[in-house]
Each structure stands twice: as structure tokens, then as C-alpha cells.
Design a protein around this ligand. Structure first.
Ligand SMILES: *Cc1c(COP(=O)(O)O)cnc(C)c1O
Length: 422
């Protein structure tokens, strides 16, 4: 978060005052730092260094076209989980050969489109999916690279909703069942077995779960070698956490160095799928206080951003820092709940924060660059927020705020339905 600072009592991103951003683009408004996105991506790519492999940005964490374009220009690869994300990467100038396709429910149409454009690898999550990919590839007289997502059954010590590498999760193939699935893959027409992958969860704050998963995958890779199945790449997924509050994290460099060291003399390319650790702390959500409401029990600051703009607190009880956009307020400091206008009790951005607040003030919800805008919706018929990119002392609108016409686009009144079939 080093790109955020206080200058002349203003919360500033790079060299741009966030009060100026709010004045120009309105609120609520997501704002991202080009320098921060660049810095965290380069931390990964420089740590990988000359070792063969790819840093595949997890598009679901922040899929704005300008953000993807910026990362593509830096040489990033991309991890996608839908056909829509694939089109975004291509539209942003990312190359198909730098795309890996994850996700438990790839449809046949998505698989065909991925083969049409020529993606790098399918990360297969089940045997039925493997069969479909083989069938489609064979019918097209094509051979496609696949990796099999293995569930290493390690506890990532994170929130249960973002833990994905335990036996009871829907993701990947059981560790014990994996060798048989690899053997099946080797026999299937149209399939080139290329990798093993896993993704054990998100917001992981220590290295040991990654190292446990890595050790299990290496055992599997050695086992597969004995079955004459040669694995070319190992993909450890994403999941490295960030500091939202006071979490102390291993550095990206330390993580990747440890992984490289653990490979021993195995000739394996390394893939990573970081999302949050690249984008979360590169962004903030700027909101304005509409009303303050003081009750006998609590003080509410009702702001113009809501759970439809930033779902993480409602969905995961996530904690994100709230900062005043202009500091040095003369209002008295009190405990505040920061809540939105949406008709749900879970519609809050933060609870019990000591702040000086009055109506009209702007607040910044920090660490909002990942799983912020991408999880936003039109719930309560609220238009989605604007997105702005800051670069040094310049700022650019990279997504305009949705208006009413945007919200109802694609809807039909009863009589229109009959004449205008989609
Ligand atoms: C969500 C996801 C990621 C990214 O996770 P982060 O915690 O944001 O790094 C990577 N790979 C897969 C398969 C995912 O589902």
C-alpha cells in the first residue's frame, strides 16, 4: 500500500489526490494504482527470473480491460475461469498462448472457443471434463495441453469460504485418484498431458500450506514418472495473502525462492496464478457519507457505496481499513459502523471504527483492488461504480459509472418480447 500517502491532509494515490478523483468522477468510485499493480506483478516475474514458467494473473480478482492490458504489456500470462474472462484477456491484448483455463464447470462452447483461439493449457478439474476435452479435440484433429488439478488435502488455515484444497471441497481431483486419471488422460486421443496443478485457497498468510501442497505434488510427479508420464510444468495456483489489517506475510520473493529450492533437480517449469496478491492493495473504493444516524446503541455512517459495490464484508466477514480522504476533520472521533443504502442487514463495509465523520465527507475503503468491482452487482437497481486508473500525476476513467439505461439494457417489456427475439 506504499502508493497511498497523506499529502497536504489529502489521501493521495501516487501523486493524485483522491478528493480530486471523487470530484471529477463522482462516488462510489474504484481507483487503482498503475505503479502498485506493476510493482507486485514484477515482484513475481523477477522472483521467477530465468526459471521457465509463467505468472498467470487470476482475472477474476480484477478483470477491468485496462488492468489486464497493463499486465499483458508487462508480459503477464492469465488464469481464467470462464469464456467471458477469456474474451476480456484477448480484447485487452493478452495472447491466447498465455492463457490457462481453470474452473470446475467449463461448458463445451467454452472449450471449443478456447481451442479456436489456441490457449496454453486446460486445467482439468474432473474426469468427465477430461473426456469432453478429448472428444472435442479429437473431432477437430487437434492435440491440446492439459494439466490436472489435484486436491492435495491440505488445510490453508483461511476462511472456510475461500479454502479450496480440502477433501470436502468441490475443486480438483482427489490425490489418491489422481494417478488413474493421469493414466486415462495419457490414453485419450487429442490430449497432451503437460502439467499438474493445485489451488488450495485464498488469503493464505503463511508458506507452510503451500509447501505441504508442493511436497504432495512432487510425490505425485515422481509416481507418474514411474508410470512413464512426464510432467512438464507444476502450477501451484494462487492464494498468497495480503495485509488488510495487521497480517504479517512472507514476501513473494521468499515464497518463489522456497518453491524453486524444493524442486531439487527435477526439470519442471513453474506456474503461479496470483490474483489478490497483485491487485488487492493496488486499489481503494472511494465513497461519500450521505447521512450520519446516531442511535442509542450505535453510530451509523450511511455511505453511497454498498454491498453491491463491495461484497467482501457481507460474504466473508472481511475486514478492510477505512480511511478519511481528507484528514484533520474537526468532528469529534467516535465509533462508527459504515453501512450502505441496500436493504439487507449484511450491507456494511465496516463496523466499530474510530473515525471523525460528518455528512459529505469522503471515505476510502482500502485494499479494494481484488474481488471488489468484479464481485459487484446491480442489486437494488444500483448502477455499478466507476473505475479510475492513476498513473503518477495523471488519472484515467477506465470504466464509466453505469446509468439507468445500462442497468436495464437487455430487458424487455411484455409486448416487446414478441417482436424482438434475441
Ligand atoms: C481464485 C483463484 C486464483 C487466485 O486466487 P488469489 O487468492 O486471488 O491469488 C487462482 N487460481 C484459481 C484456480 C482460482 O480459483
Amino acid at each position: 500500500m506504499q502508493e497511498f500517502s497523506i499529502q497536504d491532509q489529502q489521501l493521495t494515490l501516487e501523486s493524485v489526490s483522491l478528493e480530486d478523483v471523487a470530484n471529477q468522477y463522482g462516488t462510489p468510485c474504484y481507483v487503482y494504482s498503475k505503479a502498485a499493480l506493476t510493482r507486485s506483478y514484477l515482484e513475481y516475474s523477477q522472483a521467477l527470473g530465468e526459471h521457465p514458467g509463467k505468472i498467470c494473473f487470476a482475472v477474476k480478482s480484477n478483470s477491468n480491460l485496462a488492468v489486464l492490458q497493463l499486465l499483458a504489456n508487462l508480459g503477464a500470462s492469465f488464469d481464467i475461469v470462464s469464456g467471458g474472462e477469456m474474451e476480456r484477456v484477448l480484447r485487452a491484448g493478452g495472447k491466447a498462448e498465455n492463457i490457462i483455463f481453470s474452473g470446475v464447470g467449463k461448458t463445451k462452447q467454452e472449450i471449443i472457443r478456447a481451442m479456436d483461439v489456441g490457449i496454453y493449457c486446460f486445467n482439468v478439474e474432473s474426469q468427465p471434463e477430461l473426456e469432453v476435452i478429448s472428444e472435442v479435440a479429437h473431432a477437430r484433429n487437434q492435440e491440446v495441453s492439459i494439466s490436472i488439478r489435484v486436491n492435495p488435502d491440505v488445510d490453508a488455515n483461511t476462511h472456510p469460504y475461500i479454502s479450496t484444497g480440502l477433501k470436502e471441497n468441490k475443486f480438483g481431483i482427489d490425490f489418491e485418484a489422481a494417478p488413474a486419471v493421469f493414466q486415462r488422460a495419457k490414453e485419450l486421443p487429442g490430449i497432451k498431458v503437460s502439467g499438474v496443478d493445485c489451488h488450495i485457497g485464498s488469503q493464505i498468510t503463511e508458506l507452510s500450506p503451500f509447501m505441504d501442497a508442493l511436497d504432495r505434488l512432487l510425490v505425485l510427479i515422481d509416481q507418474l514418472a514411474e508410470l512413464s508420464i512426464t510432467i512438464e510444468h507444476l502450477d501451484l495456483g494462487g492464494g498468497l495473502g495480503v495485509t488488510y489489517k495487521d497480517e504479517v506475510l512472507p514476501s513473494i520473493a521468499e515464497y518463489i525462492a522456497k518453491v524453486k529450492e524444493r524442486l531439487g533437480d527435477r526439470k519442471l517449469a513453474l506456474l503461479f496464478e496470483p490474483g489478490r496478491s497483485i491487485s488487492a492493495n493496488a486499489g481503494a473504493l472511494i465513497t461519500e457519507v450521505i447521512y450520519t444516524k446516531l442511535t442509542a446503541h450505535r453510530n451509523f455512517a450511511i455511505v453511497d457505496a454498498a454491498m453491491n459495490d463491495n461484497l467482501r464484508p457481507a460474504l466473508y466477514q472481511a475486514w478492510q481499513e477505512i480511511r478519511p480522504v481528507t484528514t484533520g476533520s474537526d468532528a469529534e472521533e467516535q465509533q462508527w459502523d459504515i453501512v450502505g443504502p441496500v436493504c439487507e442487514t449484511s450491507d456494511f463495509l465496516a463496523k466499530d471504527r474510530a473515525l471523525s465523520i460528518k455528512a459529505g465527507d469522503r471515505l476510502a475503503l482500502m485494499s479494494a483492488g481484488a474481488y471488489g468491482f468484479t464481485m459487484s452487482s446491480n442489486y437494488n437497481s444500483r448502477g455499478r461504480a466507476a473505475e479510475v486508473l492513476v498513473d503518477g500525476d495523471k488519472h484515467y476513467l477506465i470504466r464509466k459509472r453505469e446509468n439507468f439505461e445500462d442497468i436495464i439494457q437487455g430487458e424487455y417489456l411484455l409486448e416487446e418480447q414478441i417482436t424482438d427475439t434475441p
